[in-house]
Write a protein that binds this ligand. Structure first.
Ligand code: NOJ
Length: 516
């Protein structure tokens, strides 16, 4: 009988709702589209799905600008669609996690609209971070309350009609809440209860390290550090202790996973103390370059500091990993080979794995989207200097030979490349060596063995730039070098990420070996 809670070794599949599957025909993915594809997800072999925000929103940041935390945007469906999705996901044996966006709301949220209509110092303004700025310097220097910059570029402050400024760590349409205000805290506890009562199995917490800012709002040094007046202030942990009590008060096992960017595994571990969040994303794994040394360091740091490790290679905010790993490579297929190998390494490690839709199809980043179709605020706030994140958000190719490749009956909100016919789920399902078939095999194999493996790993000496570790009878070897390496003694090859002849492991390939 299973004794570990489900989330500790789950494979969670991220659904960027607007790009997954469109049932309504408006070119934008929706909840009914997700429902239609539940059999595909169950067959893929994941344990849970995480839905990105589907709440009413002006969509200034793809829905991470929430105008109503207790409803569904008509673009994505209705609360009835949501309830049906929860029920059907559960019937397929899939848990369902929703995204909660507590750092900021949309500027269209009724609270922010009331704040704008109220005066400085009012209760309405106290729900957000309104401040006055010192008089401008005689030389006309800076006027904002401090030097903080928006993550999307430009100052993190916008001035309103009466001269006050409000803080937005992201776009101006995303005003930051004041988390020292008890009303904000109560409101979010209630929002958590709302979705828990509808049956969700957990929450992915957006910008989890940003809610509390240093009360004095002092200037910061440029660049990101996790110990800064902006991020990871100690009081943020009180919030998650409170949230944990709410999660634990519901029947079943409900979880919270934090989107926490830090510069050390130790800082990250603070968020997952036993009375706080269950897990946080391990972005160090995603940020590691293709190198055995780099992978080994991340694995060591993670296993040393995290009681519930997680692994992630891609999400809707970063360049897709086959493209990342292929950067500068002479042979474009190298990136995909490495991506498949990295998946196998990650699935062999203790903990849970987060997948991003489309990685099971080996989708590359789309770099050549026409500027007029781009929607990411990063693109606009940098005047097109930074491409932003649209390239990893291109709607999925499901079937057929031409766009929209079965994404929906009515086109797709971002154009899909003309050469994706070979990448559709339909085409790959019929091909035993496709990336989709490989993912299905890898997840099925993991499901068979993972419960039987010990929680830790032991490093095994490996030649060249290869990395090898054991978990009980399972040995995983990943070759990050340019020469083939000899496989260690074994009884059986369980699965390989590419062609393996039984004695050597080629470059850019990983393998699971079994010793009986
Ligand atoms: C992180 C989300 O993943 C990203 O897509 C969003 O733009 C920011 N948080 C702001 O909410």
């Amino acid at each position: 009988m299973r004794t570990t809670p489900w989330w500790r070794d789950a494979v969670v599949y991220e659904i960027y709702v607007r790009s997954f599957a469109d049932a309504s025909g408006d070119g934008i993915g929706d909840l009914a589209g997700v429902r239609d594809r539940l059999p595909y997800l169950a067959e893929l072999g994941v344990d849970a799905i995480w839905l990105t925000p589907f709440y009413p929103s002006p969509m200034a940041d793809g829905g991470y600008d929430v105008a109503d935390y207790r409803d569904v945007d008509p673009l994505f469906g209705s609360l009835d669609d949501f309830d049906a999705l929860v029920e059907e996901a559960h019937a397929h044996g899939l848990r369902l996690i929703v995204d909660i966006v507590p750092n900021h709301s949309s500027s269209a949220h009724p609270w922010f609209q009331k704040a704008l209509a109220s005066t400085r110092g009012s209760e309405e303004r106290e729900r957000y971070m309104f401040r006055d700025a010192p008089a401008p310097a005689a030389d006309g220097g800076r006027r904002e309350p401090n030097n903080w910059m928006s993550t999307f570029g430009g100052p993190a402050w916008t001035q309103v009609a009466d001269g006050q400024w409000y803080l937005h760590l992201f776009a101006p349409q995303q005003p930051d809440f004041n988390w020292r205000n008890p009303e904000v805290r109560e409101e979010f506890l209630d929002i958590l209860r709302f979705w828990l009562a509808r049956g969700v199995d957990g929450f992915r917490i957006d910008v989890a390290m940003g809610l509390i800012k240093d009360a004095a709002l002092p200037d910061t040094e440029p660049g990101f550090t996790s110990r800064s007046p902006i991020w990871s202030q100690p009081e943020v942990h009180d919030i998650y202790r409170e949230w944990r009590r709410v999660l634990d008060s519901f029947p079943g096992t409900r979880v919270a996973i934090g989107e926490v960017w830090t510069d050390s595994a130790e800082d990250l571990a603070l968020y997952v103390r036993p009375d706080e969040l269950h897990q946080s994303f391990n972005f160090a794994w995603l940020e590691a370059p293709w190198s055995a040394t780099a992978f080994r360091k991340v694995i060591d740091d993670t296993l040393r500091s995290m009681t519930s490790p997680t692994w992630v290679l891609s999400n809707h905010d970063v360049v897709r990993h086959p493209t990342r790993y292929g950067e500068g490579a002479s042979d474009p297929s190298m990136g995909l080979a490495r991506a498949r190998a990295a998946l196998l390494a990650m699935l062999a490690l203790p903990g849970s794995a987060y997948l991003y839709q489309g990685e099971e199809l080996g989708l590359p980043e789309v770099r050549d989207l026409p500027p007029e179709s781009r929607q990411d605020p990063i693109f606009f706030r940098s005047n097109g200097e930074l491409l932003g994140r649209d390239g990893c958000r291109v709607p999925l190719p499901w079937s057929g030979t031409a766009p929209p490749y079965g994404f929906g009956p009515g086109g797709s909100w971002l154009p899909q490349p003309a050469d994706w016919a070979g990448l559709t789920a339909e085409r790959q399902a019929a091909d035993p060596i496709s990336t989709l078939s490989f993912y299905r095999r890898a997840l099925a194999t993991r499901r068979e063995v993972v419960g039987t493996l010990p929680g830790g790993i032991t490093w095994v000496e490996a030649p060249g730039d290869a990395l090898s570790f054991r978990r009980g009878p399972l040995t995983c070897v990943i070759n990050c070098g340019v020469e083939a390496v000899a496989l260690p003694p074994h009884d059986r090859v369980l699965i390989a990420s590419g062609p393996v002849d039984g004695t050597d492991l080629p470059p850019d390939t990983a393998v699971w070996l079994l010793t009986d």
